[in-house]
Design a protein around this ligand. Sequence first.
Ligand code: PAF
Length: 310
Amino acid sequence: MEPEVIRDKEAMRKWSRTIRSQNKTIGLVPTMGYLHEGHLSLVRQSLTLADVTVVSIYVNPGQFSPTEDLSTYPSDFSGDLSKLAALSGAKVVVFNPKNLYDYNEGERKKKINGGGEKKVVSCVEEGGLGHETWIRVERLEKGLCGKSRPAFFRGVATIVTKLFNIVEPDFAVFGKKDYQQWRIIQRMVRDLDFGIEIVGLDIAREKDGLAMSSRNVRLSDEERQRALSISKSLAMAKASVTEGKTNSAELRDMIIQEVVGAAGRIDYVEIVDQESLEGVEEIKSGVVICVAAWFGTVRLIDNIEINVSL
Ligand code: PAF
């Protein structure tokens, strides 16, 4: 059975309140669609925690910079619905709003200096004319992906807050592939007293080790093969740690060599504390090794947690 689709935020809120009045719990899995097995594992986890699960499918313009092409983000809404139907359609509802930033793209006109009007393409690009409230998790958003994508996490934290306010879930499930995102949401929920339990789920991988991502479809066969250097080098680094190699700089160099050797362009390789996301010089239990690298035009991220006693 295909899940019910709710497209309007008022209807979503009403649905949630009805469910709550029946003393049922709600899980939320926020996504940008083009669902793969990684997303489905988040939904399965949510179904074990809550009576019903809302899967939001919304490509959030607020987390794309003007140079990152929002319009090429892959989508397959009917495919997404079939995948969810195969899980447990009756217990899943899809929230698929058209726009969560107060007015429709392109519908607004902005007065420009010297008279006349200019069409506003997106509230976000135009510097927040239609939307000017942003959530920032100030320190955690700075490092790792925040260095090359400075407005990304404020966009994520803001849209997740909006989804929390609309859906009012008891649980929300995130994938640890987006490690920094997961930690930022956890921190935001703690700092702002949301009554929501944030659950982080281990990375879902293809058989050959590639971390699942909606972006993987944009890799050519050859790039995809080369991109395996990320997960391979992370696994090698973890094995080296268990063999007693605990110098961060040496392990970073080893990962960089592997990825660059496979013609990947490194954005960063960082070894950081799992909670604070601050860099560590000497590896110990409770760190995570994070990598971001480009293969062709596709930027991939991956990570591995080290939770062994050394
Ligand atoms: O991880 C994602 O797909 C997005 O960043 C999220 C959490 C759905 C917010 O748009």
